[in-house]
Design a protein around this ligand. Sequence first.
Ligand SMILES: Cc1ncc(COP(=O)(O)OP(=O)(O)O)c(N)n1
Ligand code: 3NM
Ligand code: MG
Length: 204
Amino acid sequence: MRADLSLYLVTDPGLCEAHGLVETVMAAVRGGVTLVQLRDKHASDAELVPLARRLKTMLAGTGVPLVINDRLEVALASGADGLHIGQDDGEVADARAALGPDALLGLSVQTREQLARLDASRLDYLGLGPVFATPSKHDHAAPLGFAGLAELVAASPLPTVAIGGLKAEHARDVFRAGAEGLAVISAICGTPDPEAAARAFPRR
Ligand SMILES: Cc1ncc(COP(=O)(O)OP(=O)(O)O)c(N)n1
Ligand SMILES: Cc1nc(C(=O)O)sc1CCOP(=O)(O)O
Ligand SMILES: [Mg+2]
């Protein structure tokens, strides 16, 4: 599945708490977010499935797909549009086999070595990062900077979205590095006005 990666919102339960997670997502979509990832490292699958279903219902008619972070079972049970996995989140082939050919499947990549061994035929896009160090992910890899990002983008066989410490003022540099878009948590979720925060991102 081909997705618009321009402005990719990754949710965080703590940072989205102020306005409510669903309300934050919908405000961000009104502001121009093109893809939403439900990411909660602590909730159980049983807690995430109804939340994912609610988000999917709310996003109906907007054209904005919903992907689930890490949890294949949640993606399958909720009817989400896809899944985003990292290097240690299971096999791409297994995820693709379970999700079917039409689902959106993304993989996180931090290094050239990971790029060289991935199976592009089963993936739709790559998340490249972190561009900068960020408190939103405690176990992130070494920051790439824009030069490191550009190197990975140039070697990528798939569309890419940059992630990690990105704000609206970084959009031009991200596009110059060749990525299709920016994935963000705190630049939208942690703000007083998520719609305005999303709107502030320049488009490619
Ligand atoms: C768009 C996007 N890119 C990268 C990541 C990071 O995934 P991962 O390395 O599996 O880390 P966690 O998010 O699971 O902590 C992402 N979630 N989204
Ligand atoms: C979820 C995630 N993955 C990363 C990676 O480098 O793979 S960085 C990150 C957190 C992004 O949050 P913020 O926009 O607040 O920096
Ligand atoms: Mg993961």
